[in-house]
Design a binder for this molecule. Structure first.
Ligand code: 5AD
Length: 385
């Protein structure tokens, strides 16, 4: 603990000399006052973004340390039964060439992650619930654990899984097969907005129940939202942060909503320069406020943020985020995993990604935590309590 740590074990807020009034408002935000959170999100003063980022950075260093954690991101299949109105790999998008990587390809990517020192891998795919898919995922998880063991990683890679809504039994099987973290975004904590961006068969209550089942299966739980959805208000976003806190999640991944031309929501929609700048600013404030409120969780600087702005991920790392996910998907299939238009790094192979991302993190002045699973301290704390 450092000198600025208060009696409660929580760090005191840093002083922000350029913008003193922010301190009180951040206290209210931390107490989960939705109005205070919403006001900070919409404050027209551009200094607010920098002030929140500085405070979030301080909180991050005190609660989870200043090291950046890497997880290789392997998008192993784009076959999907869901039909989310915003997503480029939705079932109804017939223009997508569908792929599922072989077990050998998945294991090769996992070995690459281990060799690159990433310590953890995120396995992501479209949603499928058939027995063949579930068995395949279990087998791959089991082989991956054993095949990535080595002197630097005695327990093999840490594995995060992200394959959508599944039954409680399936989540238990995935956990037993060796995954220990699971990402399932709520997309928005507003049931009304959720209903507007999904087809009638995909329900908010089911998504929320699935999140609870993930937790009950023993996983460290990650969730998140999209920022800038049509009709989304700053009050909705403030309520999203409150949702993360109430659910007691361990990890957060959130990024801007970016239109995809072959989707019902994205067709004909184009973000102008001003809109992109505003979206970047709002996303950075969401990340900073989430760090200020949730404190000891892991927060990712996402690929969507990098797509929005070339320095988007770096700015997130300077304002509360502590996880980056270099894509390790083979270049040959990358173009098939475009959830939104303009996705960054489509033609870079994983060796190029490793070099690029290390350079980018070095530029932020943050150390990298190599060969560690990099779990969020929040998980251990909630288990103790
Ligand atoms: N823009 C931004 N993020 C998107 N996702 C899906 N489609 C888009 C889009 N058009 C996000 C969703 C999903 C995650 C895998 O990708 O939040 O949970």
């Amino acid at each position: 603990m450092n000198a600025s740590t208060g009696r409660s074990g929580r760090p005191e807020l840093p002083r922000i000399t350029e913008h003193p009034r922010l301190t009180d408002r951040m206290e209210a935000a931390r107490a989960l006052d939705v109005r205070a959170l919403a006001a900070l999100l919409s404050d027209p003063d551009p200094r607010t973004t920098a002030g929140l980022a500085a405070a979030a950075d301080e909180t991050m260093r005190a609660e989870v340390g200043d090291a950046v954690r890497f997880r290789g991101l392997l998008e192993f299949s784009n076959v999907c039964r869901a039909d989310c109105l915003y997503c480029g790999i939705r079932r109804s998008n017939g223009t997508v060439h569908r792929y599922t990587l072989s077990r050998d390809d998945v294991l090769a990517a996992a070995r690459h992650c281990a060799e690159a020192g990433y310590g953890s891998l995120t396995l992501q795919a479209g949603e499928r619930r058939d027995a063949a898919f579930i068995d395949y995922v279990c087998r791959v998880l089991e082989s991956m654990k054993t095949e990535t063991r080595g002197p630097d990683l005695p327990d093999g890679l840490g594995i995060t899984l992200s394959v959508g809504e599944q039954s409680p039994d399936t989540y238990r099987r995935f956990f037993e097969a060796g995954a220990h973290r699971y990402l399932l975004r709520i997309e928005t904590s507003s049931p009304e907005l959720f209903a507007r961006i999904h087809p009638p068969g995909q329900r908010y209550a089911d998504r929320r129940a699935a999140l609870h089942a993930v937790r009950d299966a023993g996983f460290q739980v990650g969730t998140g939202v999209m920022i800038g959805l049509p009709g989304q208000t700053v009050e909705d976003l403030a309520a999203d942060i409150r949702f993360f806190a109430i659910e007691g999640v361990d990890m957060i991944g959130m990024g801007p909503y970016l239109p995809h031309a072959s989707t019902p929501m994205g067709s004909g929609q184009h973000l102008g320069e001003g809109e992109r700048a505003q979206l970047l600013d709002r996303t950075l404030r969401m990340i900073a406020l989430t760090r200020l409120v949730l404190r000891d969780v892991n927060i990712a600087a996402t690929t969507a943020l990098q797509t929005l702005d070339v320095l988007g991920r770096e700015r997130a790392l300077q304002g509360g985020a502590n996880v980056v996910m270099p894509v390790v998907t083979p270049v040959s299939v990358r173009s098939g995993y475009q959830l939104y238009d303009g996705k960054a790094c489509l033609d870079e192979d994983r060796t190029m990604c490793a070099g690029c991302i290390s350079g980018r993190v070095a530029w932020t002045g943050r150390p990298v935590e190599a060969n560690r699973w990099g779990d969020a301290p929040h998980f251990e704390r909630r288990n103790r309590e």
